[in-house]
Design a protein around this ligand. Sequence first.
Ligand SMILES: Nc1ncnc2c1ncn2[C@@H]1O[C@H](COP(=O)(O)OP(=O)(O)OP(=O)(O)O)[C@@H](O)[C@H]1O
Length: 299
Amino acid sequence: MLNVKGVSYAYRGKKALDQVSFTLGEKKITALIGPDGAGKTTLLKVMAGLLRPSSGEVNGKDGMSLGYVSQFFGLYGEMSVQENLHFYGRLNGLTFRESTQRIEELLHWTGLESVIHREAGALSGGMKQKLSIAAAVLHRPDLLLLDEPTNGVDPVSRREMWRLLQSVAEGGTQIFAATQYLDEAAYCGRVILLHQGRILVEESPQQLLRDFPFRLLVIREAGHERVKWMDRIRKELTTGEVFSKGRDLYILHREGMSIQGRIKAILPSDKGLSLEEVEPGYEEVFTQRFQDADGGESR
Ligand SMILES: Nc1ncnc2c1ncn2[C@@H]1O[C@H](COP(=O)(O)OP(=O)(O)OP(=O)(O)O)[C@@H](O)[C@H]1O
């Protein structure tokens, strides 16, 4: 069990982590979610023992085997997929025989079987990431740390990668993954929201959804005139936010039912627009938390 206790870290006097404490316990997959510069990479490096905290400590690492997938491709571009994996096997003390068996299993899991002889440098972004994960879990580590493993990866590959991580977790590895993709919380038993070096919240993602006090309305296909109504709708809200995604207009609110009538009165009646209630998702829940922490005036 890894125990991070009151950890702070500063780069030349500038605080990147501030009194961070949590324990990695029975939840198998934890997502570390935070905006750019929140301190995610710094925290992973401290947990991996690559950086020494300015104060506080990380306990329970002794005797624990680690895997680390950094934000940048860390394998040998001029070596083939198979050679990279054998090399990592050797580095982690596996015999050639053990490596061969494990590599076969991992190639199958990752779907990299068809490219085993391809140079790693010539793989697509998603395949490179899968190879990095395979190399990091070859020795079945107790803890796998990942720094934004799905950054820049297309949605289908992201889903495949999380499926891969879930099988790794089922094999007994504890997973701790930093991500900027808020929807990836759905794959995790627990999320830690990190903001300006501090933990805002540590909870199961489902519980955070259940505790969310806002409701969400959408006007589909609102068209380009939506910008005109946004300000007027915003004035109807005591707390909340109006924002658009694609051509749809969203209203996050804590009002009573009367809000629907008040919004309808703002919308033109001849455009066939309708107001629909939808379930808020992780994006709304986490964005709200981060904006609250920023001291955002409304949402
Ligand atoms: N080597 C460094 N020297 C000075 N400051 C640094 C260094 N590395 C990070 N920082 C600063 O520390 C803070 C936290 O950075 P960190 O990289 O841990 O955040 P992050 O959440 O991983 O962000 P990103 O997603 O952009 O990597 C930021 O303000 C960053 O500018």
